[in-house]
Design a protein around this ligand. Structure first.
Ligand SMILES: CCCCCCCCCCCCCC(=O)SCCNC(=O)CCNC(=O)[C@H](O)C(C)(C)COP(=O)(O)OP(=O)(O)OC[C@H]1O[C@@H](n2cnc3c(N)ncnc32)[C@H](O)[C@@H]1OP(=O)(O)O
Ligand SMILES: Cc1cc2nc3c(=O)[nH]c(=O)nc-3n(C[C@H](O)[C@H](O)[C@H](O)COP(=O)(O)OP(=O)(O)OC[C@H]3O[C@@H](n4cnc5c(N)ncnc54)[C@H](O)[C@@H]3O)c2cc1C
Length: 572
């Protein structure tokens, strides 16, 4: 499995997508021919799917692979400017091969997107091969260590055996043999599953830095005449950071669950059982979007909670943000992923449950909700009593919110259809509700997994503090999304007031354990790479040392004085 590197590197795609794609989609002969040299870095590959004109819409990708039976070759071609492969990591200058996703044409028919191994640079000289135009796409928001590149193919010929043929095949006479399931060629589920763990790591690093720094930073005055307090004693600072701490623990458990689920279901798939692939796709797509959006926002909260020094690269928080934020875009743009989970899974499951089907997996609650709808509603109809202490009742509340939002989205589609809109228009005019339904479903999954995890904790003291974190995560989510719960009749205004009061109590309860809880992530100083987050808390001396090392301080008088300031002065 992939251990996520701390910083983006040119080999990330080789290790994170080229090798796993071979493992998932190459025949044994192709494994022999490509995997071994790739493992030894003779072959260095990338995953070239996105084009200048299309990243999300896979069916719209334009690169073609046309089979020529007379030479037993595929001709790979970029027919338009928008078809130029654009963004693949390590493509610009590092890779000598690429797995190219192209529309397969054989015997005059197009069979959709398939994967082809295309040599792009000479194995010895590293010079681009004939017909290959390749380079770097230029400076980006971050990822400056990675040569994200472009690739233009001009009628490049590759052997028949360079098409990854574990599932789909092309016979020597050009006959196309369908894969057992069209969904097997999508891929990407592996990295999406791994990204959930990356969200947890980014949160753990950010809140470790911010909470440790908040324990050593003294500022302002709480009680007149007393010494300046630790900023971690301010309620607002706790309100910023402790929910991030709780989310870091929550996402750590979800990341473990996602990895285990990926392993389990991909094992079934290798054994020929594809039945769980829809659940895996929906779960990985939804949780990738949910956790990256949440982590992306939380990193910025941590940076700003460190004041000016948070903005210094010495804090590491700017780099953590810059390296993390593209996870909301790559490997499936988050909105699109949320729509996938809603449209391809939740609404489909809702409709199955509405006709009495017993659902399994993460949507089994929709069967319960469907049965509930058939039972007469209690006269009171009001919200059930709310316990701000009982985690299981909070899990149930999140479950009912998710069921309510899935029903709202499904009904919106129905209403749009009744207005005479087409299927596609009805879905598009319900897509805000669809995203909300996915968000609520993922939020329920995260809360449930957090509470489930507590059952596995034996140590009473650890279980107590983790339960406090789980309570904070659930109640803060309830407060942040109170509109959903109020709209669904799951919360009353007095209950919402009690939730806010309970959150304040939990912040106070967590204060004594906050530093120990980030120390428990066991992120050493080298991995954190942060002056503010140092384990020894010796921030100011090392901040001063860090500044003095800055290249600008190599000379007392910088050359710019003589080159610019002095001449400018003499002209004034
Ligand atoms: C040590 C090293 C570590 C390195 C770390 C790594 C660093 C990484 C750095 C950066 C790396 C960044 C690298 C990169 O960024 S790589 C490029 C990433 N690009 C994408 O993710 C593209 C996103 N777009 C899509 O996936 C498709 O276009 C979607 C899905 C949106 C629509 O698609 P389409 O319009 O064709 O189809 P449909 O919606 O009608 O759905 C049709 C059916 O297919 C099922 N379906 C759909 N998708 C999947 C799936 N995936 N597995 C299984 N099933 C799937 C679906 O449920 C439905 O089923 P049913 O309802 O008919 O039953
Ligand atoms: C740092 C980085 C590394 C990358 N590495 C790779 C790589 O190694 N290999 C590779 O192949 N690609 C890579 N990519 C490309 C990445 O996968 C795409 O950028 C991503 O899939 C999004 O596609 P897009 O850029 O076309 O955005 P678009 O899909 O054009 O998104 C733009 C907007 O349109 C909206 N939108 C699009 N479709 C829909 C829809 N159906 N419904 C509602 N809204 C929609 C989106 O929500 C978004 O708001 C990388 C990108 C980045 C930033």
């Amino acid at each position: 499995s992939c251990v996520h590197p701390d910083r983006p590197e040119p080999l990330d795609l080789h290790l994170g997508m080229f090798l796993p794609t071979l493992l998932n989609q190459a025949t044994p002969e192709q494994m022999e021919r490509f995997f071994t040299p790739a493992w030894n870095l003779r072959i260095i590959g990338t995953y070239a799917q996105t084009e200048m004109g299309h990243g999300t819409h896979l069916r719209g990708l334009e690169t073609t692979a046309t089979f020529d039976p007379s030479t037993q070759e595929f001709v790979l071609h970029s027919p338009t400017i928008s078809s130029i492969k654009w963004w693949p990591g390590g493509l610009g200058k590092t890779s000598n091969h690429a797995i190219v996703l192209a529309q397969l044409h054989t015997q005059g028919r197009c069979h959709g997107l398939h994967a082809f191994i295309v040599p792009i640079r000479d194995m010895d000289t590293h010079v681009p091969l004939p017909g290959v135009v390749v380079g770097d796409i230029g400076p980006k928001f971050g990822f400056s260590e990675v040569d994200n590149g472009f690739l233009k193919l001009e009628h490049v010929r590759i052997p028949l055996d360079n098409m990854l043929m574990k599932f789909a095949k092309v016979e020597p006479d050009g006959t196309y043999v369908k894969p057992p399931s069209a969904k097997l060629t999508y891929g990407m589920v592996f990295i999406r599953s791994m990204i959930v763990g990356q969200s947890a790591l980014a949160l753990a690093k950010s809140c470790t830095i911010a909470i440790r720094y908040s324990a050593v930073r003294h500022q302002s005055e709480l009680r007149p005449g007393e010494p300046e307090p630790q900023i971690l004693n301010y309620q607002t600072q706790q309100h910023k950071l402790f929910p991030v701490l709780a989310a870091a623990y929550a996402f750590t458990f979800v990341g473990q669950y996602m990895k285990d689920t990926y392993r389990r279901i991909s094992g079934d798939i290798h054994a020929g059982d594809y039945s769980q692939l829809p659940e895996l796709h929906a779960l990985s797509a939804g949780l990738k979007a949910f956790t990256t959006w949440a982590a992306n926002a939380a990193i910025e909260v941590c940076r700003m909670s460190c004041g000016g020094h948070g903005y210094s690269r010495s804090s590491a928080l700017p780099d953590i943000y810059v390296e993390f934020t593209p996870t909301c875009t790559y490997e499936g743009e988050n909105t699109v992923m949320m729509l996938q989970t809603a449209s391809r899974y939740l609404v489909k499951s809702y409709r199955q449950a509405s006709v009495g089907q017993r659902l399994q997996g993460s949507v089994s609650y929709l069967s319960e909700a469907a049965a509930q709808r058939l039972r007469p509603r209690p006269v009171s109809g009001g919200a059930a009593p709310l316990s701000t202490q009982d985690l299981l009742s909070l899990v149930h509340l999140y479950q009912r919110r998710a069921a309510s939002l899935v029903e709202l989205a499904a009904k919106s589609i129905q209403q749009e259809l009744q207005r005479g809109r087409s299927q596609e228009e009805a879905w598009n005019h319900s897509s805000i509700d669809l995203v909300r339904a996915s968000d609520a479903h993922c939020h329920f999954v995260v809360v449930k997994l957090f509470v489930d995890k507590l059952e596995q904790v034996d140590d009473a003291a650890v279980k107590a503090v983790l339960s406090t974190l789980a309570l904070l995560y659930a109640l803060k989510g309830l407060a942040d999304n109170s509109g959903d719960f109020l709209q669904a009749g799951l919360l009353t205004v007095p209950q919402a007031t009690r939730v806010s009061a309970r959150i304040k109590e939990l912040l106070e309860e967590l204060r004594p354990d906050a530093v120990a809880l980030v120390d428990a992530f066991d992120l050493n100083d080298r991995k954190l790479n942060s002056v503010l987050g140092r384990y020894d808390g010796n921030v100011y001396e090392h901040l001063y040392e860090w500044a003095r090392q800055s290249p600008l301080n190599a000379t007392e008088v910088h050359e710019s004085f003589h080159k610019y300031l002095k001449p400018l002065r003499s002209r004034l």
